[in-house]
Design a protein around this ligand. Structure first.
Ligand SMILES: [Mg+2]
Length: 236
């Protein structure tokens, strides 16, 4: 077993089930907000997911920032319902969603214990594709802030590159003064959290609860279903 000094985590759907919080937050907002309250909740949710997935590709390619992504996602979703909206209205919807989504983020004792044990042996950090405004609230609500001090939380919005762009990993390594061989990267997205880090010279563990098939030839150190299983992977 290779000796690592540092474990870098993805955040969403790695340290907590973001997908469920996203859905709860969106469902509440669609039901409540005047832009969508009279529409079919599931149909709007599906449209937001579909347009969001399409737009995410442009975000990763740095065509849109996160504010534009959120505005365009709602504009395009509502265009499917013959409804055109102003940017301010989209921002208001986003604000309500963000609040509801963050309210749905809850601490998980098993994850907290696992992170606590890992923190006694490794330096821990986070590298997340996302806007700066929500990551720290998520960590606080998860009860994990103490394990991930601000200087070890790397946000793609601030760095200017998104995973799997090698430049985000190189920037993180430089900031932490680390060689790639010292780092184990852990996350749920094959391209962003496994293929990218391995290309950058790190090792990776794939969190794959749904049994997805690997998209490239890269070889992770292990494939696990939940983050707490990482304790077995790095067992001495
Ligand atoms: Mg993720």
């Amino acid at each position: 077993m290779q000796t690592f000094s540092t474990i870098l985590f993805d955040l969403d759907d790695t340290l907590f089930h973001f997908g469920a919080c996203w859905e709860k937050g969106m469902q509440y907002t669609i039901r409540t907000h005047s832009l969508t309250a009279d529409l079919d909740e599931n149909a709007v949710l599906e449209a937001l997911r579909r347009h969001g997935d399409q737009l995410w590709i442009d975000v990763i390619a740095r065509k849109y920032d996160f504010t534009q992504y959120r505005q365009l996602r709602l504009q395009r979703a509502l265009a499917d319902f013959q409804r055109s909206i102003e940017l301010e209205e989209a921002d208001d919807f986003q604000h309500m969603y963000a609040q509801a989504c963050m309210d749905a983020v809850e601490p998980h004792a098993v994850v907290q214990q696992a992170v606590d044990q890992l923190a006694s042996r490794f330096r821990l950090g986070i590298v997340t594709n996302g806007p700066a405004d929500m990551a720290f609230i998520k960590l606080s609500r998860l009860g994990l802030s103490a394990y991930f001090p601000d200087e070890r939380v790397f946000l793609s919005e601030r760095i200017g590159y998104h995973k799997p762009d090698l430049r985000i990993f190189q920037t993180v390594l430089k900031h932490l003064d680390l060689k790639p061989e010292e780092v184990l990267f852990v996350g749920d997205n094959w391209e962003a959290d496994v293929a990218g880090p391995i290309e950058a010279g790190m090792s990776a563990v794939w969190i794959n609860p749904n049994g997805l098939t690997a998209e490239t030839h890269h070889r992770p150190l292990a494939v696990i279903k939940r983050v707490e299983e990482l304790l077995d992977v790095v067992a001495e």
